[in-house]
Ligand binder design. Structure first.
Ligand SMILES: CC(C)(COP(=O)(O)OP(=O)(O)OC[C@H]1O[C@@H](n2cnc3c(N)ncnc32)[C@H](O)[C@@H]1OP(=O)(O)O)[C@@H](O)C(=O)NCCC(=O)NCCS
Length: 349
């Protein structure tokens, strides 16, 4: 069967794309997407000169498939290549399972120095599996309980929840206690050039990580129109040694503080613990029941566990395929030094 034509997005396609998005993801998701579209696709400092890299599957005048990307620079064991997150892939319901998704992904893959995906749906996991992308699995999720309400489960009856709260409260109080900061932490509103220098200094420590320089960080965490973040810098004297980006949110199970992104030398134990202790204080002040973080890096996760976090099931499935350079056979199996967080791609919406 003939598969649709795969073409680049033009402004005139906006309405057709909105309609397709609405049909596949629903009205709420489409409205939210409209709010962030301009920022996400037009203002990205890593955009190529030709504008945003968005592909459409077209059949005559109809748009039946959509695949958008977020270009990034990618650090790869000290080297740097260009890459992009693939996102918002969708195919019109009546045209699914006919090879259009596959054609869109192949078009992207042929042009990307590295293709990346985060938070894949079961359908797109199936699609990447069919295309024989390396299986990586989810970015681990960890939570830290802070209040009596932290371990409540809506599926349990009230007496069970009460019992769990009573039994676990002494332990939660112990892990959630205030601990002293080992370095200076300062709220900031903008990332200056010192953060690019920080990135340059720590990048070689990561097997894979998106380049977190000042222009990227300002675009990603200062300028988004749909979400507001708190940002702090970790400093020793006037030198910037790290940062943390977080926000507080109300979710089904109570209040949560999301530690969305962070950067510090993975060997700087005191620095990372200081950032975590700051976030603890902020979370308690915001009356959060838990703090949640996603972290691929084994070293950061060890320090998170030492700071009272424990692992829970993660749904943030990661996909990656490096095309620009040859990578060793076991590259996708050894992800312990990859730095991927909820702040990557467009996961925090
Ligand atoms: C994901 C999506 C874009 C795939 O597009 P598509 O045109 O249906 O994909 P293809 O026909 O090229 O399918 C290729 C392979 O993907 C896998 N796949 C596609 N849809 C699947 C589904 N619903 N469940 C499991 N696997 C699926 C299959 O392995 C399929 O091969 P097969 O048909 O030979 O079994 C489409 O299903 C869609 O729009 N889904 C809803 C939105 C969504 O989940 N987007 C992803 C957000 S991360």
């Amino acid at each position: 069967m003939r598969v649709a034509d795969i073409v680049r997005f033009r402004d005139a396609d906006s309405r057709a794309v909105d309609l397709l998005y609405r049909r596949v993801f629903g009205h709420d998701a489409a409205s939210a997407s409209t709010l962030r579209w301009q920022w996400q696709y037009l203002q990205n400092p890593n955009n190529p000169p030709g504008g945003p890299a968005i592909w459409l599957a077209r059949e005559g005048p109809s748009v039946v498939g959509h695949f958008a990307t977020m270009p990034v620079r990618l650090a790869l064991n000290g080297a740097e290549i260009s890459g992009s997150w693939g996102m918002d892939v969708c195919v019109a319901p009546e045209r699914q399972r006919q090879g259009i998704g596959e054609a869109l992904v192949r078009t992207w893959d042929q042009q990307a120095g590295a293709g990346l995906g985060l938070g894949l749906s079961p359908a797109s996991q199936g699609l990447f599996r069919k295309l024989r992308w390396p299986g990586i699995g989810p970015v681990p999720c960890l939570v830290k309980p802070l209040s009596r309400r932290a371990l409540r489960n809506p599926r349990w009856p009230t007496p069970v929840n009460r019992l769990v709260s009573a039994v676990t409260w002494p332990f939660i109080r112990l892990v959630a206690r205030t601990r002293p900061l080992g370095a200076q932490v300062e709220p900031i509103r903008q990332f200056d050039e010192r953060f690019t220098e920080l990135w340059t200094a720590v990048a070689p420590a990561f097997g894979v990580a998106v380049r977190r320089d000042a222009p990227y960080l300002n675009w990603k965490f200062v300028e988004p129109p749909h979400v507001r973040y708190s940002i702090v810098a970790l400093k020793r004297d006037e030198a910037v040694c790290g940062y943390a980006v977080y926000r507080h949110a109300r979710q089904a199970l109570g209040r949560v503080t999301l530690l969305v992104d962070f950067l510090v030398d993975p060997g700087d134990r005191i620095g990372f613990e200081t950032l975590l202790r700051w976030v603890d204080r902020e979370a308690r002040a915001a009356d959060s029941d838990t703090i949640r973080v996603f972290s691929m890096h084994g070293g950061f996760r060890r320090l998170l566990r030492r700071s009272g976090y424990f692992g829970v099931k993660s749904t943030a499935v990661l996909a990656a395929k490096i095309n620009a350079v040859r990578v060793p056979d076991d590259f996708y199996k050894r992800t312990d030094d990859w730095h991927v967080t909820l702040g990557d791609s467009d996961q925090d919406r």
